[in-house]
Design a protein around this ligand. Sequence first.
Ligand code: SF4
Length: 92
Amino acid sequence: MSLTGNKPSDGVENRSNGLSYYAIITENVSGMFYVDIRCIGCSVCAEIAPSHFATNHDEGYEYVYSQPVSESEINLCKEAMEICPVNAIGIR
Ligand code: SF4
């Protein structure tokens, strides 16, 4: 299941089945990693993996603008996912 929203304030949360699904920020390029609406724009992910996470300065959140390809790039994105303070980075 994949939900999309235009920006964090447009998000949808679905807890009907005991799991939480959060709308995915539409700027994410398709692929393995994505940022959802829980992002608070702390920029930690962009500091860890600047080749993959970019900032929407107007709206104050990050998104995946380039998917990782190599194992080292994937590991950097996984590190960003693990350190995200609000668990806003997901993996498909
Ligand atoms: S680390 Fe998480 S909360 Fe911080 S900018 Fe990245 S996705 Fe958003």
